[in-house]
Design a protein around this ligand. Sequence first.
Ligand SMILES: [Zn+2]
Length: 68
Amino acid sequence: MRAIVTCEGCGYRQMVARQLERPETFHLVCHGCERTLLVTVTAIDMHAARARSWSKTAPARTLSRPVA
Ligand SMILES: [Zn+2]
């Protein structure tokens, strides 16, 4: 699936560049404010993306404050 991450700092929405095959947590640098975000993709997110097969895209959550 693909994930869209919304920055907690500036609200910038960006697509994660790589395909996600399983739930995972990773860091992403915001293209808007260049802060580092911790992104968590859960099994529930994966399931939601599969259910919407027309897009296979789901909003991912940032579960912590930016760590920059
Ligand atoms: Zn930002």
